[in-house]
Write a protein that binds this ligand. Structure first.
Ligand SMILES: NC(=O)c1ccc[n+]([C@@H]2O[C@H](COP(=O)([O-])OP(=O)(O)OC[C@H]3O[C@@H](n4cnc5c(N)ncnc54)[C@H](OP(=O)(O)O)[C@@H]3O)[C@@H](O)[C@H]2O)c1
Length: 267
């Protein structure tokens, strides 16, 4: 589908799913995340199985200096078709007033600053390419302010809004931009988002609502191919997304303020 594919957050969950799904179809793959040994293992497996050239570019996307070094390397990437998947992200379950400042900062850098900087860096090469795509992994949370998940939901609203505007700016070019809005999926995400000392029961979703990594990956790839502005992987998430986007704000506020919360309300 694309000759060069760049994936952030490639060491786990959706990112790993994208890498495995796209490996047989691309010439070169650039894998980005912090866990270098995991990425190296993936690179070896992908190269052995499919002959794809895999570059492992480990980077802590929350670190501005490490990001700057990564952007310098990305500036050298050119090809006839390029797909950038801005996937790396983290959450923080719990009330905002006890959130750690350092974690808030990391969330902002990884969820918002990194996709913006990577996109801006890759755009010149993408404009020169015959075909290019940008997949920005947002969330169903992009359309909803979520108490006890305030920073995360706000960061995903940013990703979705950024994608929509960028897409319009680029609509006369060969670059497709798609924001992907998954609902809950079992990946490493829940464990990372859970604060130290909090039990697994804190995760505020029901089992039936979950979808799967292949569903998210396949829906996202089809959507970017068809140049869809957004996609909501799985029927139940599409329905939930439609409800959230059509419901008046007062109703969403009522639902979010009356839904059961694990955190003790602040008095
Ligand atoms: N799972 C869900 O329910 C769900 C739902 C909607 C949207 N999403 C979004 O989907 C995306 C992927 O999440 P996932 O579910 O696949 O979770 P995951 O399994 O925890 O994967 C997150 C990825 O992001 C990378 N990452 C985290 N912090 C990083 C940092 N500072 N620097 C570089 N890479 C970093 C991780 O790699 P390292 O740890 O190796 O650095 C990992 O590869 C995220 O943007 C998330 O917000 C997830």
């Amino acid at each position: 589908m694309y000759s060069t594919v760049i994936i952030t957050g490639a060491s786990s969950g959706f990112g790993k799913g994208f890498a495995e799904r796209l490996a047989p179809h691309c010439r070169r793959m650039i894998l980005i995340a912090r866990r270098e040994s995991v990425l190296q293992e993936m690179a070896t497996a992908i190269h052995t199985q499919h002959g794809t050239t895999v570059d492992v570019w480990p980077c802590d996307l929350a670190d501005s200096q490490a990001r700057a070094a990564l952007l310098t390397k990305l500036c050298t990437v050119t090809d006839k078709s390029i797909l950038l998947i801005n996937n790396a992200g983290l959450g923080d379950y719990g009330e905002f007033c006890t959130a750690e400042q350092e974690r808030n900062r990391a969330l902002i850098e990884v969820n918002m600053t990194a996709p913006v900087e990577l996109t801006r860096t890759m755009l010149p090469a993408m404009l020169q390419a015959d075909k290019a795509g940008i997949i920005n992994i947002a969330s169903l949370a992009a359309d909803l302010a979520i108490p006890d998940f305030a920073m995360y939901a706000a960061s995903k609203a940013f990703v979705a809004s950024f994608s929509e505007a960028l897409r319009i700016e680029l609509n006369k070019t060969n670059i497709h931009v798609t924001a992907v809005c998954p609902g809950p999926v079992h990946t490493g995400f829940g464990d990372v988002a859970r604060r130290t000392g909090k039990s697994k029961k804190e995760v505020p979703f029901r089992k039936w609502f979950y979808s799967t990594v292949p569903c998210v990956v396949n829906t996202a790839l089809k959507a970017v191919e068809k140049n869809k502005p957004r996609c909501y992987p799985s029927l139940k998430i599409r329905i939930a997304g439609l409800f959230v986007r059509c419901a008046p704000l007062w109703l969403l506020r009522l639902i979010m303020s009356t839904r059961p919360r694990k955190a003790t309300p602040i008095t």
